[in-house]
Design a protein around this ligand. Structure first.
Ligand code: AMP
Length: 217
C-alpha cells in the first residue's frame, strides 16, 4: 500500500494543520518544505543563511535548492510507503521534476484547499507559532496562556512572512507561480478540489474522506 500525495493551496489555507492529521491517520510522513527551510534558517546552516531573506520577504526559494532537500527527504526509509507533500511543488519546474522522479506510477492524489481571500488574510494575520512549529490563532485557536505554546511553553511569535505587508505579496506569488499547477494536475485527472473554508474540524472531515476514497488502502 502506497500513498504519494500532495496538498496544494494558498498560504493560510490550512495545509499544515490538515497535513499533520492526515500524516498521523494514514502513517505517512508529512514533508513540509516551509518547515524544513525554517529549520535550516533557525540552525543558521549555509542553506538557511542563503534563503532567510528571500523567505522573510515572502518570495520563493530557488527551485534547485528546494528540489535538493525534497529529494533527500523522499529517499529516507520512512518515505518508502508514501508521503504527503505540503508546500511542494510550488512552481511548474518543481512539478515537472517531481513527475520525472516518480516515473510511470506518478502521484496518486493532489488535493487543493479553496479558501476565499478575506478568510485567508484573517487566518494568517492572527497566526502565532513557536520555534518548534506549533501553531495557534489569537482568536480561533488561542493558547491557554497568552503568548506561550501549550505544548512546550516556548514563546509564541508572528512569522516574519505572516506580517500583513508580506501576506498580500505571498498571495500574489501563489496566484502567479503555484496556481498554474492546478491545471497541470487537473488535466491528468489527479486533482481533487476541497472547500477549505469554515471550522477546521469540518474541513478535515472533507479532506480525510477524499484520502479514503482516492488512495489505496
Ligand atoms: P510555507 O511554510 O509553505 O508557507 O513556506 C514558507 C516559505 O518557504 C515560502 O514563502 C518560500 O519562501 C519557502 N518555500 C517553501 N516551500 C517552497 C517551495 N516548494 N519552493 C520555493 N520556496 C518554498
Amino acid at each position: 500500500m502506497k500513498r504519494r500525495t500532495l496538498l496544494v493551496g494558498p498560504p493560510g489555507s490550512g495545509k499544515g494543520t490538515h497535513a499533520k492529521r492526515i500524516s498521523s491517520r494514514f502513517k505517512i510522513p508529512h514533508v513540509a518544505t516551509g518547515d524544513m527551510l525554517r529549520a535550516e534558517v533557525a540552525a543558521a546552516t549555509t542553506l538557511g543563511l542563503a534563503v532567510r531573506d528571500v523567505m522573510e520577504g515572502g518570495d520563493l526559494v530557488p527551485d534547485e535548492l528546494v528540489l535538493e532537500i525534497v529529494t533527500t527527504r523522499l529517499s529516507q526509509p520512512d518515505a518508502s510507503r508514501g508521503w504527503l507533500l505540503d508546500g511542494f511543488p510550488r512552481t511548474i519546474p518543481q512539478a515537472l521534476a517531481l513527475d520525472d522522479r516518480m516515473g510511470s506510477r506518478g502521484i496518486d492524489l493532489v488535493l487543493t484547499l479553496e479558501v476565499p481571500r478575506a478568510e485567508i488574510v484573517g487566518r494568517i494575520s492572527g497566526r502565532r507559532s513557536c520555534s518548534s512549529g506549533h501553531v495557534f490563532h489569537v482568536d480561533a485557536d488561542p493558547p491557554r496562556r497568552e503568548g506561550f505554546c501549550d505544548f512546550d511553553g516556548e514563546t509564541l511569535f508572528q512569522r516574519q512572512d505572516d506580517r500583513p505587508e508580506v501576506v498580500l505579496s505571498r498571495l500574489e506569488v501563489y496566484e502567479r507561480e503555484t496556481e498554474p499547477l492546478l491545471g497541470h494536475y487537473r488535466t491528468s485527472g489527479r486533482l481533487v478540489e476541497v472547500d477549505g473554508s469554515g471550522p477546521p474540524g469540518e474541513v478535515y472531515a472533507r479532506v480525510e474522506a477524499v484520502f479514503l476514497d482516492r488512495t489505496d488502502g
